[in-house]
Ligand binder design. Structure first.
Ligand code: NAD
Length: 275
């Protein structure tokens, strides 16, 4: 099994399926964890302007010695910067902090529908993509209605929708829509913010397999066709979370994890309440 499993985006580009998340990492932690992760073989890092650690991510990339073109870097425009001109300025500021000439994926962090700006924001992302400074563009936390509105008004389908997904909150209707529209689902909080590796079902599968709970969860994401961006600043966990390409779960194990789905399983904020 390859350690460089990638998903093909609807613009033809490749995104490594497993990446490193850095939410809540300080710039120094982000630098150290990105450097460690790239040394272990990760080739995908997920940050955002609001995480206030883009400078650390860029520094970690340079410290790793891994060529820039081999790494897939995602960042996101924050809600306060939505709107055409504000987004272009926010993007420039992100690139400056990252010390990069382009990002691989630029996302609208939340639809923030009460602001009424996500179409203008998307038009700015289209410009950035046409300029080649955001190689791919997408959204995050968009619900079906937001996606359908965006596509109807602009004719351009996001490459990715990054949303909360883990076995306790599987977002099946939204994922089915993504599949129909050709949007890759990237799962944030794939470990349930650290709560799921010790879930009894996950632990039971992990014990039987001689694997960790986190590894079982990440296998579920990979085998369900999802991208996932687990976060850790602990070197041993960064390594553990990437050591998932030499085993696979059986259909019965996947089914036991599928059965954990719960409409009330959401851990993070509801998209309609972030704005
Ligand atoms: P996660 O599910 O990745 O859990 C991270 C936590 O799990 C860690 O802080 C640690 O406590 C624990 N953990 C990590 N590895 C472990 C292991 N091997 N064993 C046991 N515990 C372990 O949660 P997250 O950080 O919320 O999500 C991952 C990434 O997704 C973020 O860092 C960020 O990049 C992205 N994200 C995006 C959005 C969005 O709105 N787009 C929202 C939340 C997170």
């Amino acid at each position: 099994m390859s350690t460089r499993q990638t998903l093909t985006l609807n613009d033809g580009r490749q995104m490594p399926q497993l990446g490193l998340g850095v939410w809540k990492a300080t710039p120094a932690q982000a630098k150290a964890s990105v450097e460690a992760a790239l040394g272990l073989g990760y080739r995908h890092v997920d940050t955002a302007a609001i995480y206030a650690n883009e400078a650390g991510v860029g520094a970690g990339l340079r410290a790793s010695g891994v060529p820039r073109e081999d790494v897939f870097i995602t960042t996101k425009v924050w809600n306060d910067d939505q709107g055409f001109d504000a987004t272009l300025a926010a993007f420039d500021a992100s690139l400056k902090r990252l010390k990069l000439e382009y990002v691989d994926l630029y996302l609208i962090h939340w639809p923030a529908p009460s602001r009424g700006l996500y179409l203008d924001t998307w038009r700015a992302l289209l410009r950035l993509r046409d300029e080649g400074r955001a190689r791919s563009i997408g959204v995050s936390n968009f619900e079906a209605a937001h996606l359908e509105h965006l596509i109807a008004e602009t004719g351009v389908t996001p490459a990715v929708n990054q949303v909360e997904v883990h076995p306790r909150f599987q977002q099946r209707p939204l994922r089915a829509l993504h599949e129909k529209l050709g949007i890759v689902t990237c799962a944030w909080s794939p470990l349930g913010q650290g709560t799921l590796p010790t879930h009894p079902t996950v632990e039971a599968i992990a014990r039987a397999r001689g694997r960790s709970g986190a590894q079982v969860l990440l296998r579920w994401h990979l085998q369900r066709g999802l991208a996932a961006i687990p976060k850790s600043v602990t070197p041993s966990r960064i390594a553990e979370n990437f050591d998932v390409f030499s085993f696979s779960l059986g259909d019965d194990e996947l089914a036991r994890l599928d059965a954990l789905d719960d409409d009330d399983g959401r851990i993070g904020p509801h998209p309609l309440r972030m704005g």
